[in-house]
Design a protein around this ligand. Structure first.
Ligand code: SF4
Ligand code: SF4
Ligand code: SF4
Length: 342
């Protein structure tokens, strides 16, 4: 027996461990960034360096940097870590399905918790395909819109954005957006929470253009979930459990852009070796390969970026203070700053 209950439980626990570890890491860099902002707006003289990994939360800026890299061969010097993380995520999505979504993305983690909560109260449904398919197309339309605008920009316009004041402090604007949300933002977040409980992975399934891009890369990538139809008993458990609502029991190979590589289907399948994770057609690859592969890709790109000067930006301190003083950022509470300096 290759995929037994213990193996699956180990894979599930491993995934949860990575999700929790990364969520704690994101909280830590958020605190460090808040401490940096506190210095940048002049509420303290103690300098805390800006954590470069905070730039991973700027996918649009990274996409512009990527486009600029393709047309000029020059790395983004304003958010170099953001571009490095973006490329790592593209790579891991191509190689390990949407492993970023199922292991590393904090919104994906939150979505999966809300989905579980929804299932407990008999919700978390997938709407009928006549509603579902047009809604799924929304994220591709959004992605298409972003790609069209960004790829029709000339180098001059790209550089005007990359070196412009908005992009220079876009990480602080992101912090501001989440820490001092407007009433409208709060209302939208509450509605999205409820929709994520009622409809399985509502945000990721219908609205996230980043997930759409990663799904397309996974779709053309070498990994898949394979079903052995000679041993399948058509119990339907795999389809029922899939967080992405994929009709697995009708497929031989699952390469759908919606598959996040979570392995839930493999775990519930009652027939030994009937479903398995596969890379380049090689079946029965351990499920933890996805998590290990994603984290290793990120670590390798981080090591490379640090060694080659593609991680830290070189903006002088006095200029940083000038940049961040132009937007109305509040000084974070001092207790948080102390925690961040630990
Ligand atoms: S679809 Fe978007 S929000 Fe959802 S897990 Fe993937 S990247 Fe994160
Ligand atoms: S349950 Fe299976 S098919 Fe569905 S998203 Fe997870 S790995 Fe992909
Ligand atoms: S859970 Fe396994 S046996 Fe049941 S339908 Fe899916 S692949 Fe077939």
């Amino acid at each position: 027996m290759y995929v037994n209950t213990n193996t699956f439980l180990t894979a599930t626990r491993f995934r949860l461990l990575i999700q929790i570890s990364f969520t704690l890491f994101y909280l830590y860099i958020g605190l460090r960034f808040a401490a940096f902002i506190s210095w940048a707006v002049g509420s303290t003289d103690v300098f805390t360096p800006k954590p470069p990994s905070v730039e991973g939360f700027l996918p649009i800026s990274a996409l512009l940097g990527f486009r600029h890299l393709l047309s000029t061969g020059q790395w983004d010097t304003i958010h170099p870590a953001g571009l490095s993380i973006f490329i790592a995520i593209l790579l891991m999505s191509f190689l390990f399905r949407k492993g970023f979504c199922s292991y590393l993305c904090p919104i994906g983690f939150l979505s999966s918790l809300l989905e579980r909560a929804g299932r407990k109260i008999n919700m978390a449904i997938i709407p009928h395909k006549w509603i579902d398919l047009p809604l799924i197309s929304l994220k591709y339309l959004l992605l298409g819109g972003f790609l069209f605008v960004i790829f029709s920009m000339d180098t001059k316009s790209l550089e005007a954005f990359i070196f412009g004041s908005y992009n220079l402090a876009s990480d602080a604007r992101m912090l501001l957006f989440f820490t001092i949300p407007s009433k409208l933002t709060l209302a939208i977040i509450c509605i999205l929470f409820l929709l994520n409980v009622a409809i399985r992975n509502f945000w990721c399934r219908y609205l996230c253009p980043y997930g759409a891009l990663l799904g397309l890369l996974a779709w053309i990538g070498p990994s898949s979930i394979r079903r052995d139809r000679t041993t399948c008993i058509n119990c339907g458990k795999c389809t029922k459990t899939c967080p992405s609502g994929i009709n697995i029991q009708e497929k031989i190979v699952v390469v759908s852009p919606e598959c996040i590589g979570c392995g839930e289907c493999i775990g519930v399948c009652p027939v030994d070796d009937c479903l398995s994770f596969s890379i380049y057609g090689k079946k029965h690859i351990s499920l933890i390969t996805i998590g290990i592969g994603c984290v290793s890709t990120l670590l390798l790109i981080w090591l490379w970026a640090n060694a080659t000067g593609h991680w830290n930006n070189e903006i002088p301190h006095n200029m940083l203070r000038k940049i961040y003083s132009t937007i109305p950022i509040y000084a974070p509470p001092s207790l948080l700053i102390c925690l961040a300096r630990l």
